[in-house]
Design a protein around this ligand. Structure first.
Ligand code: FAD
Length: 593
């Protein structure tokens, strides 16, 4: 007899309880639909909780000249025009409303002396634009959304991992299979629509700021179900991760430090950003600052432990405790450094994945009926480089749109959630295989494979890339792919991290292969894709996105897809033809409290 499993049924299943998933759930429940939220970790613990610096939105509270138009220009410039401009327009127009809504739901932002939501400067933003709660913005965002979600009646399934999206005979996504991490028992979720909100995949690299959840499950589950992916070669290295002690290497040092006036210096005491971006200096875009930090170290002007110095001492103890309390605590506890007295040592760390599941800009629908995506696992908004703060507002704007898009789809489609009888049994067998197959001579440890993969990606898909190295990296990843069937773990199904890693390694390998293949295909220097074997950007490649889709043979298919031309009202902005950027709108929003 086959393995038994539970069945749970909802109108909409949301995979992920970060900012995007929770915001989607709120939007979907507002339509009176039944919503289930699945998360690998506990409610309130999704990666979003780690966000620090703030939420970018042209509210215009401290700089009244700010406008959605300027936010549009900044975002497109930073993304090197690979961005989906329709998404960027929607995003920059709607972000202020979403922030105010968050405040109305109870988020306690830092204040201006007039009592408005305070906004801080961040790299690449023309105006002070980041609405923030000290350096704990993600915590406040998750707390607020979580309370709101719990009041809507959505069901939350914690410590439950989805392993497969299920489709009906018509090719529509109609649910998912998952297992509970506590007991290892299986759950068949039936749903007419599924929203992927599973976050990024920084964990394919050895040095990263990302939490353990960032293994890219959602993007591979969607790819396996036939979804298109976009801009997968674009991986963001944040300029400032911790370097010392080794156990905390990669932990984020928020851009809020530079936003509050932090200065970068090399071992010679030089403010070297003068040589890389004299106009914006430390507040240049992340791709530029990351390459500058990397280059200073490569050329022998690094700090004691192989980084550069970031100095915020001029803010003083009180200023730091008001604006950057987490940074103070982080360095004091982990590195025994008081940042109000000494500079920090920092070096680039893998931080964010611009690419992801390709979605419709209005509804967040993918090309697979019944499948939607939002947040870091979706692509298109950020192009070749994300501006700091633009992720949290992305979660709010497109999380809401994904929830509404899925709700609209469910309201219009009245099909059942029937799937092939044998499908669940086959999937359960696949998931259990690493635990249940007999031990053999060629058994592979998922931990060791993960380590090998992370080292290979660090070496070959770093922030500076070239063809020979990318090819060598691809060879290493394909060799790991061949070894995948040999993964074997011991123990039982009960809270077994080895078994969980055996599931993750499949995603890590698949995404790494896609990144290396697309990075080989984009032969130019653009944003996060910095090919040392090419001199600069390529005009023709600047007009296309790389779209990835599983081909008929089950291999990675890559298509060059032309970016549609911008409509006149947007191209006029980019060309500087619009005199009244604020468009006569009133800037600055009175606080509700
Ligand atoms: P996440 O918050 O990553 O949530 C993903 C969810 O999916 C989790 O609940 C996870 O358990 C679940 N999940 C994944 N796979 C499965 C599966 N197979 N089955 C079930 N559930 C699954 N951005 C900003 O804009 N401003 C900032 O100040 C900022 N600071 C940051 C600081 C740090 C340290 C880091 C690492 C990032 C920061 N970012 C910031 C980026 C931002 O936090 C993330 O991009 C964003 O939070 C991602 O949110 P999300 O909802 O897409 O996914």
């Amino acid at each position: 007899m086959g393995e038994s499993y539970q069945v749970r049924e909802h109108d909409i299943l949301i995979v992920g309880a970060g900012g995007a998933g929770l915001r989607a759930a709120i939007a979907a429940t507002e339509r009176g639909l039944s919503v289930g939220i699945v998360t690998k970790s506990l409610l309130g613990k999704a990666h979003t909780v780690m966000a620090e610096g703030g939420i970018a939105a042209a509210v215009g509270n401290v700089d009244p000249d700010d406008s959605w138009r300027q936010h549009f220009i900044d975002t497109m410039n930073s993304g090197k025009f690979l961005n989906n401009w329709q998404m960027v327009e929607t995003f920059t127009k709607e972000a202020p409303e979403r922030v105010i809504e968050l405040e109305q739901w109870g988020a306690l932002f830092n204040r201006t002396p007039q009592g408005r939501i305070s906004q801080r400067p961040f790299g690449g933003h023309t105006y002070r634009r980041l609405c923030h709660v000290g350096d704990r913005t993600g915590l406040e965002m998750i707390r607020t959304l979580q309370e709101k979600v719990l009041s809507t009646g959505a069901n939350v399934y914690m410590e439950t991992t989805v392993t497969k999206l299920l489709k009906d005979g018509g090719g529509r996504v109609v649910g998912a299979l998952a297992y509970t991490r506590e007991s290892g028992s299986f759950v068949h979720f039936k749903a007419k629509a599924v929203v992927m909100a599973t976050g990024g995949w920084g964990r394919i690299f050895k040095v990263t700021s990302n939490s353990w959840e960032g293994t890219g499950d959602g993007v591979v589950l969607a790819y396996d179900a036939g979804a298109e992916l976009v801009d997968m070669e674009m991986v963001q290295f944040h300029p400032t991760g911790m370097v010392w002690p080794p156990g905390v290497r990669g932990l984020l040092v928020t851009e809020g430090v530079r936003g509050e006036g932090g200065l970068l210096r090399n071992s010679e005491g030089e403010r070297y950003m003068e040589r890389y971006d004299p106009d914006r200096m430390e507040l240049s875009t992340r791709d530029v600052v990351a390459r500058a930090n990397y280059t200073e170290v490569q050329e022998g002007r690094g700090s004691e432990h192989g980084g550069v110095y970031l100095d915020i001492t001029h803010l003083g103890y009180e200023g730091i405790m008001k604006k950057l309390p987490t940074m103070h605590e982080q360095f004091l506890k982990l590195a025994d450094i008081d940042i109000s007295r000494e500079p920090m040592e920092v070096f680039p760390t893998v931080h964010y994945t611009m690419g992801g599941i390709k979605v419709d800009p209005e509804t967040c629908a993918t090309n697979v009926p019944g499948l939607f995506a939002a947040g870091e696992c979706a692509g298109g908004l950020h192009g070749a480089n994300r501006l700091g703060g633009n992720s949290l507002s992305d979660l709010l704007v497109f999380g809401r749109r994904a929830g509404m898009g899925a709700a609209g789809y469910v309201e219009e489609n009245h099909h059942g959630t029937q799937i092939d009888a044998g499908e669940i049994g086959t999937e359960i067998g696949r998931v259990l295989e690493p635990l249940e197959k007999p031990a053999g001579g060629d058994d592979e440890s998922p931990y060791l494979m993960q380590q090998e993969l992370q080292e290979a990606m660090m070496e070959h898909a770093n922030l500076m890339r070239n063809e020979d190295s990318l090819k060598e990296g691809l060879g290493k990843i394909l060799a790991l792919k061949d070894r995948l069937p040999n993964v074997k773990v011991g123990g039982t199904r009960l809270f077994n991290p080895g078994w969980h890693t055996a599931q993750d390694i499949r995603y890590l390998i698949q995404i790494s292969e896609i990144i290396l293949r697309t990075a080989l295909e984009r032969k130019e220097r653009r944003g996060a894709q910095w090919r040392l074997d090419y001199d600069g950007p390529d005009e023709e490649l600047g007009k296309i996105n790389l779209i990835v889709k599983k081909d008929q043979q089950g291999e990675v298919g890559i298509e060059r897809r032309e970016i549609p031309p911008m409509p006149e009202h947007l191209s006029a902005l980019i060309e500087g033809k619009v005199a009244d950027m604020a468009g006569g709108e009133k800037r600055g929003v009175e606080s509700q409290f």
